[in-house]
Design a binder for this molecule. Structure first.
Ligand code: URA
Length: 226
């Protein structure tokens, strides 16, 4: 499955869809690091082209590597169910990972692999242009919250500039292993509906050419303002 256009898509969306499809094709053929040799399929990501929220996990696991889709195994089912608990449809969001190919035996991605894949995520963010990025686990957290342990940082919301905020969350697989982290995962997800509502109001105001509502990060804001 690839990025999709939602009903009521706007005129410029077709071009953006073509660009994201080209990027997905590039990822599917990628040979930038040794994970290309051991993967079954690369997993670019999937979801709504106009998503307000982008989830960024670590990297494909066994099921994702087989199916070519992100978060379809046990941790993905937990993520999807927790989204539904808060009235958020999986198909309304965009889901991807910091590395697009499965590290063997689900080991942690290496710094060189993270570096080789980093530009793909940058381009996905530019094309989807989400207002909210939810980091799932410490590897995606470090991109926007480089300063501490996930046990301290999870639940934090940060202005990351260009009209975006990031929300740090535990990885759903970690949440499934530890009941305390599972409760934290659900509590942190509980913040999302209000953030989405604010982001949608900001998008609507921007589309009307109005000032953004109070508290919405402005596209001109500097990065990493806590
Ligand atoms: N874990 C991840 O980090 N990403 C997936 O897509 C699946 C499991």
């Amino acid at each position: 499955m690839q990025a999709m256009l939602p009903p009521g898509a706007l005129p410029g969306d077709e071009l953006r869809l073509q660009r994201i499809r080209r990027l997905e094709d590039e990822i599917l053929a990628c040979q930038r690091c040794p994970l290309a040799q051991t993967r079954t399929r690369a997993v670019p990501g999937e979801g709504n082209l106009n998503a307000v929220v982008m989830f960024v996990g670590e990297g494909p696991g066994f099921d994702e590597d087989r199916q070519g889709r992100p978060f379809v195994g046990r941790s993905g089912q937990f993520l999807t169910a927790t989204l539904a608990q808060f009235g958020i449809e999986r198909r309304a969001v965009y889901i991807t990972n910091v590395v697009k190919c499965r590290p063997p035996q689900n080991r942690d991605p290496l710094p060189t692999e993270l570096e080789a894949c980093s530009g793909y995520l940058t381009r996905q963010i530019e094309l989807i242009n989400p207002r909210i990025i939810v980091t799932l686990g410490r590897f995606s957290m470090r991109r926007w919250f480089p300063e501490g342990a996930i046990t301290q940082i999870h639940g934090r919301v940060r202005n990351i500039g260009r009209g975006r905020i990031a929300l740090a969350m535990f990885h759903p697989a970690a949440a499934l292993r530890n009941p305390t982290w599972q409760s934290a995962f659900v509590q942190d997800m509980a913040k999302l509906p209000a953030l989405i509502e604010r982001a949608e109001r900001a998008n609507a105001a921007a589309a009307r050419g109005e000032a953004l509502p109070a508290g919405a990060p402005h596209p001109g804001d500097a990065d990493y303002v806590a």
